[in-house]
Design a protein around this ligand. Structure first.
Ligand code: PLV
Length: 339
């Protein structure tokens, strides 16, 4: 096994060091330099490969024989979408030569299923939303030698995501004025927080974005305890965890985190404007972060004195561009009355 591709994969890095690009258009809107951390160009189309790749490598070293992962996906009317966590787990498992089962909510399109199967994954469909698929994944993971890959709830996942901040430190040297990111289950938030602490940037404010109807972090922040949303009603299904991880809520005590919620219409307009401005098509989950700029939220936080009036460059994490294509964007705009 020593020299086999699977053995070598245990030591190899699965993610790419992503570009950090200055956006003229977004900087104009924000009145502050905006830098884009382009996680949409990762091998599996989102930042997820950082944490999930790291997690899968570590459990493979410990002898895991079968991986299982529940993933959320972008529901489509006619077209496709894919679970970012599922894609990252399937990719990592293939590299490691370990079988993998991906559990997705029912209603996932055949195209998603085929794409995951194309990565060599076995696919199971169950439940209506991610949380229900996850229960099934947890059940399967009780089998001997099986390991459940949580898309966001494990210290190894956060450790993997933290590599993103190490790249920022290496490229920027000095701390950014703020980091804007999207929150689903809270893994990216927990990972970026861990990374900020690691590089000595724990004072850098984080703007944590969600869409209404997938706002489990904001609900928890407001209540001061974990809250389970009754349902996911936002179109940003990749943000669709009903409860945020406890670590995300703890982070609010250790870091300066502004929890902000935008409407689906704002997230989807941001996707359209970003496509026109930067010629990159991203999914609504990422549109939530871009809306922090396009909807004037950053400037509002400055006006309210919560962020400094003259800020160092702000980093927006362009978290993923997977679960969308031009037809889906059109359909979303029509659904939200934008076209
Ligand atoms: N999406 C997960 C979990 O959903 C999934 O299964 O694909 N941006 C994008 C593009 C994402 O795909 C996700 C998570 C997030 C942001 C949010 O990251 P998190 O869950 O670590 O907060 C429920």
């Amino acid at each position: 096994m020593e020299g086999s591709p699977a053995a070598r994969a245990k030591g190899e890095r699965f993610h790419t060091v992503t570009p950090l690009l200055e956006s003229w258009a977004l900087s104009q809107v924000a009145g502050t330099t905006v830098l884009l951390k382009c996680e949409n160009v990762q091998p599996t189309g989102s930042f997820k490969i950082r944490g999930i790749g790291h997690f899968c490598q570590e459990v493979a070293k410990k002898g895991c024989r079968h991986l299982v992962c529940a993933s959320a996906f972008f529901p489509s009317f006619r077209t496709h979408g894919r679970g970012n966590a599922g894609m990252a787990a399937a990719y990592s498992a293939r590299k490691l030569g370990i079988p993998v089962t991906i559990v997705l909510p029912e209603g996932t399109s055949l195209q998603v299923v085929r794409r995951l199967q194309g990565q060599g994954a076995e696919v199971q469909l169950t439940g209506k939303v991610w949380d229900e698929a996850n229960l099934r994944a947890q059940e399967l993971a009780k089998r001997d030698g099986w390991e459940n890959v949580s898309p966001f709830n494990h210290p190894l996942i956060w450790e993997g995501h933290a590599s993103l901040v190490q790249e920022l430190k290496a490229e920027l040297g000095t701390p950014p004025g703020a980091v804007v990111l999207s929150v689903g289950g809270g893994g990216l938030l927990a990972g970026v927080s861990a990374g900020l602490a690691e590089v000595g940037w724990q004072h850098v404010p984080i703007i944590a974005m969600e869409t209404r109807g997938a706002h489990c972090f904001n609900a928890a922040v407001q209540a001061g305890r974990l809250v389970t949303l009754p349902d996911i009603t936002s179109v940003a299904r990749s943000l669709g965890a009903k409860t945020v991880v406890a670590r995300a809520l703890e982070c609010t005590k250790e870091f300066e985190i502004f929890s902000e919620v935008v409407e689906d219409t704002e997230a989807v307009s941001a996707v359209q404007r970003f496509l026109d401005d930067e010629r990159m098509l991203v999914e609504p989950a990422c549109g939530a972060s871009l809306a922090a700029i396009y909807s004037g939220l950053l400037q509002r936080l400055q006006a309210e004195g919560r962020l400094r009036p003259s800020l160092a460059p702000v980093v927006v994490i362009v978290c993923g561009g997977n679960s969308i294509d031009s037809r889906q964007l059109q359909a979303l705009r029509a659904q939200l009355g934008q076209s």
